[in-house]
Design a protein around this ligand. Structure first.
Ligand SMILES: [Zn+2]
Length: 342
């Protein structure tokens, strides 16, 4: 009998301490002044607070903070219709955001990579046009490089605090793998992002085709952003989930960047040539760059009128300014809307 009483006392204490280890999600949101997006199909929640995000999955042994910081957790559970958050994990979240605020490290774009397409023995698209009775050859690699160099100068002037890289500075051949490796090797802090802009010119059998367009990666394309080998053993199984989440983040940012560049072009040359809009494609360079990335097509080298324009310094200046304005607006909104608001 005494034994049984002890057992019940023990059970009561155990149950009480168990419930004390959890906080109701609704209360947690109030406490942290946070908002929730809930995905019932995946059993996943996205908690937005202080310009950052905490992602959890019911029953999963991890939490992901700011798409970067992985925290072990006893698991977020559902009990009697309520979602319960482990106190232990709340401590981790609070610690993270306190440290982040103290460091004053706001999300920022740390580096911009400009990638002039082709080069050296790879001329890219070529257009032949007769000008004043003479045959004139226009090559994509030259147009891309000229625009990239102008863009580089504009960005360096505007953003002295950022690293601006070119994947090539002259007429040399750079392998595609080397370009993306260069991009992926740039070291950044956890609050920083890199953007990647590849510059090309178009060609078509249809000599009338003209205009500018910007490509980004389609959302359904599966990239390997996180290598499972880089994760600890017990976390390996979550690599695919992390990949999907990161990919969504990069896709949204890539589309935003593409939109900004298109409207930059539209302002500069919208009255001169066609706006062909934003498109999706799995270009190699874009696909392997683990960051928001777009591919810009300046115009059609094979169109006589446009081909000749792509030879004029003044026109190339306008194109460069279009891309520059797009990048600048992207950076501004990235650094302000993702930053702390208080
Ligand atoms: Zn190209």
């Amino acid at each position: 009998m005494i034994r049984r009483t002890f057992f019940f006392i023990f059970l009561t204490i155990f149950t009480l301490s168990l419930s004390a280890q959890y906080r109701q999600l609704n209360r947690l949101l109030q406490d942290l002044n946070a908002t929730l997006q809930w995905n019932p199909t995946m059993g996943m929640g996205f908690i937005d607070l202080q310009g950052g995000r905490v992602i959890f999955k019911l029953g999963a042994p991890w939490l992901l903070i700011d798409y970067y910081y992985l925290v072990k957790t006893p698991g977020v559970i559902r009990k009697d219709g309520a979602i319960l958050f482990p106190e232990r994990s709340i401590v981790s979240i609070e610690k993270y955001f306190k440290a982040k605020a103290e460091r004053g490290r706001l999300p920022r774009v740390a580096a911009i990579l400009i990638d002039p397409g082709h080069g050296g023995r790879d001329p890219g698209a070529i257009g032949f046009h007769i000008i004043n009775g003479k045959k004139k050859k226009i090559q994509e690699k030259d147009v891309a490089l000229k625009v990239a160099l102008k863009l580089n100068a504009m960005l360096e002037k505007e953003f002295s605090d950022k690293k601006i890289f070119l994947t090539r500075k002259d007429d040399t051949y750079v392998k595609l793998e080397e370009r993306t490796k260069l991009a992926n090797d740039v070291s950044i802090e956890d609050n920083e992002a890199i953007i990647f802009v590849s510059i090309h010119a178009n060609a078509s059998f249809n000599k009338n085709a003209k205009g500018f367009e910007v490509w980004y990666l389609p959302p359904e394309y599966r990239r390997n952003l996180i290598n499972p080998d880089s994760l600890e053993d017990e976390n390996k199984e979550i690599a695919p989930i992390l990949n999907v989440l990161l990919e969504e983040e990069y896709t949204i940012e890539s589309i935003t960047l593409a939109r900004e560049i298109i409207s930059g072009f539209d302002r500069e040359i919208g009255n001169i040539t066609e706006n062909r809009g934003i498109k999706e494609e799995c270009w190699f360079v874009v696909r392997n760059a683990r960051m928001p990335s777009v591919l810009v097509e300046l115009g059609f080298i094979t169109n006589r009128e446009e081909g000749l324009r792509l030879e004029q310094d003044e026109y190339l200046q306008k194109l460069s300014r279009g891309i520059y304005t797009g990048i600048r607006n992207f950076v501004r909104s990235f650094e302000s809307t993702k930053g702390f608001t208080e």
